[in-house]
Design a binder for this molecule. Structure first.
Ligand code: BGC
Length: 740
């Protein structure tokens, strides 16, 4: 064939293919290029005021309405984002102003704290982490995203991936606990759940990794307090969940309130630019925390608002939440050359990039007809019940008191938390409503309808006096078993909710003691947003369930576990101390030169309390029993760049089907720097039938075996490693691996 004819034929063929299959979708890099070109076009048209408008986020009203005074700003292109405005009709109304009436028609991005659910509330994040079930956690985030996007929300300020080693800090409730590995797995799961593969989809939102960084290390556990952390601890403990979020494609970061090593996190070029953009190549945008730009003045690194704006934007904070200093001082800072036009343009570019990736320029509105069907659907509610039950940790079960039979004649249910709808859902409840929540009392009644339930509140959660004690004791005496629900109210954890005591508040412990003294079998159900010090309960009460704040379906989920319809398989994502004086107490500590030794006074311990935790990290029981044996390596020796397969057998040796979380830890025995006595490097939650046995496999390679050496290079050093596997961070079998 003549070459000309050949080309003609090819062309015709191509036309046929395109006609039949539709246009070839652009590749990812074509899409990215296209977005950058559209941003360039916009940047060329934007005035400085419009650019600064894109950098501004303002708060709507708590009920979800836009503030009337913001409408004109949107019309003039002076406001790029709001937080808390939600609901399809309300967001659409504001969006219409941006898209139809503003000069450049740039859509708004609506942010909201969708932390553990939008309307359907899942367990608090610490509880979700206790499920050790990244698939379930991803599903919960996906449901939250679907509900939120249906309500016009594009952007969630979650996941919070702050590591916390101090349970006095109330926001420990919002994270995944103390461990960087578990934290990274949960961070990844939540980012995937919120964003999916493409957050322009009508059932996804863009996520935020927050609070960058080290916010969870607040000194003395007091919220917003100073942090001072070595680069090693930052890189090994606090950074990994953030890095995992970046690797999972998270679209935005939030800069934290705290100062870090002398520089506030919202004005810290090292963390915001050198690490985040330089090392990790993050190309999304950073939003400040609520007024954290203005707070640079209180921190004492800025003399006034103008200084604060200069510091924050130059360090790498792109969008300012609530304070308005970029807007107020941007023009002056530019003329005085304290901020370059390039810096402003880059911040605008990053924000527009995420707006494009969200598809807002092509599809700015929420579908108002979809909203109500998408929200609080029965499928979503069922998923909340399932994850609620999977997050519950059985801490003690002497003589198999649990599960309870469904045909008991009578049960005493005692405690104010047992029937408190608002406390079931915890803090940061999105658009969740207490009236949607099922209390434990309701859950028990539904589960065991023939049983007489003797409910006595006893006293309030704060329980200042002994009112109600007698009545509670009488109810216990009249019943076959007493379930006492104790712990914290929802507001006792979360933001600005630090406590100096980890004890069960008020006189709730007296209530437990009195009922225990009645001689009836007692089950303590704990509800709380942080580890509590519960030594007396742990020593004296036969059965204890940790239920966190389990969400809209808390009561049903807890009842599922109490009566054995669900066999508990959750594990603690954080160490439970014996007393607050042990804090910070965490499993992955260094060995010290004088590790604790009962027989030697001059070793690292206390005179008045054991050095060991009440319940260790990774701990949790089941109604069945498991045996973990036969730990094997695919090689006894590997090179530093090599990897090894580790496997271990887990067998259900009890009589019920149940879940075990098989955990893998390592210890680098001798290195150029001190190493933790244990580091979690893998886990798997498996379900086994009675008698069933399974081999669970993990891989250890440079990423898991490496460390930051004295010059802060990440390498694997030759030497011996202890490899450990088991059902929690203390009950472990072990073997050795040599790196040569
Ligand atoms: C919190 C953030 C939250 C923001 C917006 C702040 O007070 O620290 O976690 O995302 O408010 O509600």
């Amino acid at each position: 064939m003549h070459p000309k004819n050949f080309i003609r034929c090819l062309f015709i063929l191509l036309v046929i293919v395109v006609t039949l299959t539709g246009p070839i979708p652009p590749t990812q890099s074509q899409r990215a290029n296209n977005i950058e070109q559209r941003i360039n076009l916009l940047l060329r048209k934007m005035t400085l005021a419009e650019k600064l408008g894109q950098l501004q986020q303002l708060d709507g009203e708590a009920n979800g309405n836009a503030r009337p005074e913001h409408l004109e700003m949107v019309r003039k292109g002076l406001l790029g984002s709001t937080l808390n405005v939600r609901g399809a009709a309300r967001t659409n109304q504001l969006q219409r102003i941006a898209v139809n009436e503003s000069r450049l028609k740039i859509p708004m991005i609506f942010g909201f704290d969708v932390i553990h659910g939008y309307r359907t509330v899942f367990p608090i994040p610490l509880g979700e982490a206790a499920s050790w079930d990244p698939v379930g956690v991803e599903r919960a985030a996906a449901i939250a995203a679907r509900e939120a996007r249906a309500a016009g929300v594009h952007w969630t300020f979650a996941p919070m991936v702050d590591i916390a080693r101090d349970p006095r800090w109330g926001r420990i409730a919002e994270g995944s606990g103390e461990d960087p590995y578990l934290g990274a797995v949960m961070a990844r799961a939540r980012v995937r759940g919120f964003q999916g593969n493409d957050y322009s989809a009508s059932d996804r939102v863009v996520a935020t990794a927050k609070h960058w960084v080290a916010y969870g290390a607040a000194e003395a556990g007091r919220d917003y307090n100073t942090t001072d952390i070595s680069e090693r601890t930052l890189r090994e403990i606090y950074f990994p969940p953030f890095k995992a979020a970046v690797d999972a494609g998270v679209g935005t970061f939030m800069s934290a309130f705290n100062d870090l090593n002398g520089v506030p996190a919202s004005a810290n070029p090292y963390t915001l630019t050198t690490v985040l953009r330089g090392e990790w190549k993050f190309d999304g945008f950073v939003v400040s925390d609520y007024t954290s730009v203005e707070e640079l003045i209180n921190h004492g690194v800025a003399a006034n608002g103008k200084d604060a704006a200069r510091e924050a934007i130059n360090a790498g904070v792109d969008m300012e939440m609530v304070s308005r200093l970029y807007n107020k001082h941007g023009a002056d800072l530019l003329t005085q050359r304290q901020v370059s036009l390039n810096t402003i343009d880059e911040a605008v570019r990053r924000i527009l990039r995420i707006k494009f990736r969200l598809g807002l320029f092509d599809k700015p509105y929420a579908d108002e007809t979809r909203e109500s069907a998408a929200i609080f659907s029965s499928a979503n509610v069922a998923a909340a019940r399932e994850l609620g039950a999977r997050s519950i940790v059985l801490l003690k079960n002497d003589k198999q008191l649990l599960p309870l039979a469904k045909n008991l004649k009578s049960i005493a249910v005692i405690g104010a938390l047992a029937d408190s709808q608002k406390d079931m859902i915890g803090s940061w409840t999105g658009d969740g409503r207490s009236e949607d929540a099922v209390t434990l009392l309701q859950g028990i009644k539904a589960k065991s309808p023939q049983t007489r339930i003797n409910y006595v509140k006893g006293c309030d959660i704060e329980c200042p006096d002994a009112v109600g004690l007698e009545e509670a004791i009488a109810a216990a005496r009249e019943s076959d078993v007493a379930i006492i629900v104790v712990g914290e109210s929802a507001e006792m954890s979360g933001e600005a909710s630090s406590r100096n005591s980890l004890d069960v508040p008020g006189r709730q412990l007296d209530l437990v003691k009195a009922i225990q003294a009645s001689g009836k079998p007692v089950v303590v159900v704990l509800m709380n947003g942080r580890p509590l010090s519960i030594s007396w309960v742990a020593d004296n009460v036969p059965a204890i369930l940790e239920t966190w704040f389990a969400g809209s379906q808390a009561g049903n989920a807890i009842a599922d576990v109490l009566f054995g319809d669900v066999n508990p398989g959750g594990k603690l994502p954080v160490t439970f101390p014996r007393s607050v004086g042990q804090v910070p107490i965490y499993y992955n500590h260094m060995n010290t030169g004088r590790p604790p030794d009962e027989k030697n006074k001059y070793t690292s311990k206390y005179l008045d309390v054991s050095w060991t935790p009440q319940f260790p990290f990774g701990y949790g029981l089941s109604y069945t029993q498991f045996k973990i044996t036969n730990l094997q390596l695919s090689a006894q020796k590997i090179r530093p760049q090599g990897s090894v397969k580790v496997s271990v057998e887990v067998e259900n040796v009890g009589k019920r089907a149940g879940d075990e979380v098989v955990q893998l830890y390592i210890r680098d025995q001798t290195a150029s720097v001190t190493r933790p006595v244990k580091e979690l490097k893998g886990f798997q939650r498996v379900t086994l039938q009675p008698g069933e046995k399974r081999r669970v496999e993990f891989t250890l390679g440079p990423k898991e075996l490496g460390l930051y050496n004295r010059t802060m290079n990440f390498i694997v050093e030759p030497g011996e490693f202890k490899i450990m596997a088991g059902s929690n961070s203390e009950d472990l079998i072990e073997t050795k691996l040599e790196v040569y």
